[in-house]
Design a protein around this ligand. Sequence first.
Ligand SMILES: NC(=O)c1ccc[n+]([C@@H]2O[C@H](COP(=O)([O-])OP(=O)(O)OC[C@H]3O[C@@H](n4cnc5c(N)ncnc54)[C@H](OP(=O)(O)O)[C@@H]3O)[C@@H](O)[C@H]2O)c1
Length: 264
Amino acid sequence: MTPILMLGAGRMGGAIVEGWARAGAFAGSDLMIVDPQPSDVALAAARAGARLNPPDSDLAAARTVILAVKPQKWLEAAGQYASWLSPDAVIISIAAGVGSQAIAKEFGGRTVARVMPTTAAAICQGTASLYADDPAALSRAHALFEPLGTVVDLTDEAQIHAATAVSGSAPAYLYAFIESLEAAGMAAGLSAADASRLARSTVTGAAALLAQTGEQPAELRRQVTSPNGTTEAAMNVLLGEHGLPPLMREAVAAALRRSRELGA
Ligand SMILES: NC(=O)c1ccc[n+]([C@@H]2O[C@H](COP(=O)([O-])OP(=O)(O)OC[C@H]3O[C@@H](n4cnc5c(N)ncnc54)[C@H](OP(=O)(O)O)[C@@H]3O)[C@@H](O)[C@H]2O)c1
């Protein structure tokens, strides 16, 4: 499955390259990176032996191609590189919204898998939702993303929209939650530094406890919510009529709609 060609190594493509290096999943020399403005991660990969912006004629060596440009730029990238690739190269697309049939068409009928990753791939704690019609392409996607964290197989390509809304886009939801908690802490009288330390450490500690205990989040919530106590007072707001459940449904529905638009 190597050499692996990364078409675009920005935020997400760079996180994948970083995670592979951290996991020791692939040797630097297994990677080829094409990006007009190489990031520090791409430059570090090049120092470790990756080929950075090789001549187009060398792209035929790639066995696996990760399409990691913005959804708005994928057609341009396909037009630029498809004709240089080997006919048996497998295309693994991480572009939100763009369907595998359209990708296969623009990449000359090559086999396609779709993956919706998260940026924590950089520290091998990512989450990747995978879909491919073709079993060989699916197992290729597994081999690429298993070193980077949790892998979830989807049974239907249409579910990628939901996986994007619930996973690919979701780190930003949590960061927004932490920002809001910090701001609320300052409004409640804490210094900016204390509000920031308390909010970040509490959230990462609670997430680690969830991961390590394997308990249901609802059970962990109940464990820290005494009847008529302070947490319950906050929960009455957060889980109330206009609280998190309807807000999260609305946010996920908005991301889902946008994912469908990007693929249209
Ligand atoms: N960021 C996330 O959290 C996340 C999560 C899941 C999936 N994704 C998916 O990952 C893909 C990349 O997103 P991103 O956030 O990493 O975007 P990004 O930071 O803009 O990275 C894309 C990179 O591709 C480069 N590029 C543009 N056109 C190219 C071309 N024709 N050939 C080679 N490289 C080209 C860009 O260079 P320029 O800056 O010069 O254009 C940029 O460095 C998107 O399709 C997105 O849907 C992202």
